[in-house]
Design a protein around this ligand. Structure first.
Ligand code: ADP
Ligand code: ZN
Length: 733
């Protein structure tokens, strides 16, 4: 008699199937002919259609068996592993997300059910034609940049922004090869045992500890802290090597796609081939390939954005969260989750090591390390001769600046000196566009967005006003939309585009690059510019916060912060922490080569404790002071918060419902939590929807999520209202 295999359902058994449809729970079906495994990816009939789903477990059998339909088919993909199901369930519970929405995150691969097939792909060929048209050159650039990845004709043409005939022309020349290949190829193997760079004693000690952790085969989280340029990447690559050598898979999360190019090259130099990539910049073909290969074991290392955490790893042994403090790890819409926290959860479920790397850790991680929940490793000094930049304030109260100018004489002189020495300077201003406000000089009206409670921001390169909340844009009007006065509209305040104008006047000879996310049509274009800058093609770089994110600019020796006070305004819980991190990160861009760097901070409040802490470089002191304040106030990470955002088309309806929420808080008060609000959100309207916030504050050990679920469960939400619950909120807009 055959022995029943655990987790296997024979044909006709009742199984519960979870789909991504917003239903309250998995539905019962009959296991198909040939049976199926728990976790199998299947298609099931739902109403008139077939929808994809996952066999979640045995069926409940609480409805009429005669009506239960069989599973239509089992997809040819490895079943979802139990640890993945556990991860999705726990992540759903933590973030108060319905399980179907969580499943959607885990199945974001097009054509999952399609059978393996051949398709025509395009790659670099041997011929190197001498003279090329611009369009042809772009095609070759794309292929060069994404070496190792395969493209269909349509994808390649789209990526290069050319027509298919351009690609075909290159095929005729032999510069591009056209061939039929299996759809899902494994990634080339990485040489895990190849030696890395020779490490310093400090680096080697840290690497040894990380290797030990991976070798233990157990879960553990380590905070790897080290100033920018101290070799954190080099050190965690050692842990990756150990993980790969043990036949387990590794995942490295980066906060910004523009950083991946440099990282991929380092991986290639170290391990002899490029890893799998997972982010919004890859094609649908690659997305499917990556998903399948991760599941089948044909991908050893994945470099990706936060959503890579939901890939179906077969044997995940290590997760690195690089620049762990970065706010982009928090997904703010759709499923609201923190990839950093979910990485720790996933690691703990699949016995993987987690490395959180940063020069300026989040207070959460710092506190967890203090409390002994995380191990802590420090790299105190920069690698080689490069020293940390000298940091100084420029007191703007004593600098005389004409209207419409933002670069102080002191800063100007410093920049001049660097250019003369053939070095690079960075001017940092965290404001996209030309000017944050456009005001009518006749009536004082400020141009706002029609759908949002936000001012329109002038983008001069585009010739338009843009709302940074909803993305709506319109041409800059001639006349004031309020009083009709002609030619009286004026920009107020600086954005990077306006700063670029000032720079052009002050340094007419300088080669200037502006780095701002909105100025690049594609992540490829942005990456290309980052590369040019790191090769020294520009004298002055003007950038928003995207320049702060871990780029390596060896020629850069001066950083000028145009407005160091910008992030300190407002009452945001994390204003001090964020400003501290951002300023230290930006300053860290200077002097990574062999020449010493300097950072100059323009400020109107040089005595502000945060500014003083930044200048003093006393990180430990800063964290301690900040931690003491938060502890005294019962704020995270020493207490817990949940943000409740209620939105709807009419302000009255939203407020009325919010008031009902605020009056019936018994499930929350029962756990000692307090409810604040309702209050109009700081941005009280987005895309025509009025927004109201409540804030729930609880003790660190309080069972917040179940209480929130009970609380929200008491109400029937009117169809036009939307209720979002943001656990551990990072932003409060
Ligand atoms: P971090 O990640 O802390 O910013 P990186 O690992 O990127 O630091 O190192 C900064 C620079 O120093 C890189 O160019 C890296 O190749 C180099 N570097 C770091 N450690 C060593 C080493 N032991 N030997 C040679 N170069 C090193
Ligand atoms: Zn808007």
């Amino acid at each position: 008699m055959p022995v029943a295999e655990p987790g296997f359902f024979d044909a006709g058994d009742l199984v519960a199937v979870l789909t991504a449809r917003p239903l309250a729970r998995p539905l019962d079906y009959l296991a198909p002919e040939g049976g199926c495994h728990a976790g199998a990816f299947v298609e099931v009939p739902l109403g008139p259609r077939n929808v994809p789903g996952v066999v979640w477990g045995p069926g409940r059998g609480d409805c009429d068996r005669a009506k239960i339909r069989p599973v239509s088919r089992v997809l040819d993909v490895p079943p979802m592993r139990e640890e993945m199901r556990t991860f999705l369930i726990r992540a759903a519970e933590y973030t108060l997300t319905p399980l179907p929405a969580m499943l959607r995150l885990a199945t974001r691969a097009p054509g999952l059910g399609d059978p393996p097939s051949m398709r025509r792909i395009y790659r670099l060929g041997p011929a190197r034609p001498g003279r090329l048209t611009e369009a042809r050159r772009r095609v070759l650039e794309v292929l060069e940049e994404y070496r190792g990845l395969s493209f269909t004709l349509k994808e390649l043409a789209e990526m290069a922004g050319v027509s298919a005939s351009v690609v075909k022309g290159l095929v005729k020349l032999g510069a591009v090869v056209e061939e039929d290949a299996p759809r899902d190829l494994p990634y080339p193997p990485l040489r895990a045992t190849a030696p890395g760079l020779e490490l310093t004693a400090q680096q080697a000690a840290a690497a040894a500890r990380l290797r030990q952790g991976v070798a233990s085969g157990r879960y553990g989280t380590t905070l790897l802290r080290g100033v920018t340029g101290s070799g954190k990447t080099e050190v965690y690559l050692e842990a990756v090597a150990e993980c790969l050598a043990r036949g387990r898979q590794a995942l490295v999360l980066l906060p910004e796609i523009a950083l991946t190019a440099e990282f991929l090259e380092r991986v290639e130099a170290r391990f002899g081939a490029r890893p799998a990539e997972w982010h919004s910049g890859i094609t649908r073909t690659e997305r499917r390939r990556c998903w399948r290969m991760v599941a089948e074991g044909g991908a050893q290392l994945v470099v990706g954005a936060r959503s890579a955490l939901f890939l179906p790893f077969r044997e995940l042994g290590l997760i690195v969260v690089d620049e762990e403090h970065d706010s982009s790890y928090k997904q703010e819409d759709g499923v609201i989750y923190s990839a950093r926290d979910m990485a720790v959860l996933r690691g703990s479920i699949c016995s993987a090591q987690v490395i959180l790397a940063s020069a300026t850790p989040s207070l959460e991680s710092w506190a967890n390390a203090e409390a002994g929940k995380y191990a802590r490793l420090e790299l105190a000094s920069r690698f080689g001769p490069s020293a940390l930049p000298d940091m100084r304030a420029i007191d703007m109260r004593t600098e005389k600046l004409p209207a419409g100018r933002w670069i102080s004489p002191q800063l100007q002189e410093a920049v001049q000196g660097r250019i003369a020495a053939g070095e690079q300077a960075l001017l940092f201003l965290n404001r996209r566009g030309y000017a944050p406000v456009t005001v009518c000089r006749a009536c004082g009206h400020q141009i706002g967005c029609a759908h949002c409670d936000a001012r329109m921001v002038e983008h001069r390169f585009l010739g338009r006003l843009v709302c940074h909340q909803c993305g709506e844009s319109r041409p800059l009007p001639e006349a004031c939309p309020d009083c009709g006065a002609e030619g009286r509209l004026a920009p107020v305040g600086p954005g990077v585009e306006r700063l670029a104008e000032e720079v052009a006047q002050l340094f007419p000879q300088a080669r200037v690059a502006v780095l701002s996310s909105d100025l690049f049509a594609s992540s490829r274009a942005l990456k290309a510019r980052v590369r040019e800058i790191s090769e020294g093609a520009h004298d002055i770089v003007i950038g928003t916060q995207i320049v702060a994110k871990g780029h390596n600019f060896p020629h850069l020796t001066l950083v000028g912060v145009i407005d160091a006070d910008l992030g300190l305004q407002g009452s945001d819980l994390r204003a001090a922490e964020r400003t501290f991190q951002l300023m230290r990160q930006v300053a860290g861009r200077a002097g990574r080569g062999d020449r010493p760097g300097q950072a100059l901070l323009q400020t109107f409040q040089p005595e502000h404790p945060v500014i003083r802490a930044i200048l003093a470089g006393d990180e430990e002191g800063f964290w301690r002071a900040e931690a003491a304040q938060r502890r005294a106030a019962g704020m995270p990470p020493y207490g817990r918060l949940a943000g409740i955002i209620l939105s709807g088309p009419d302000a009255r309806g939203v407020f009325d419902f919010a008031n009902r929420l605020a009056r019936n808080t018994e499930p929350l008060t029962a756990i000692g939590a307090r409810v604040y609000g309702p209050a109009p959100a700081p941005i009280a309207r987005i895309r025509g929807r009025h927004r109201v916030r409540l804030l729930v504050k609880a003790g660190k050990a309080a069972p917040l999520q179940p209480a929130l679920a009970r609380w929200a469960g008491q109400f029937r939400l009117p169809a036009n209202l939307r209720l979002q619950i943001d656990i551990d909120p990072q932003s409060f807009y």
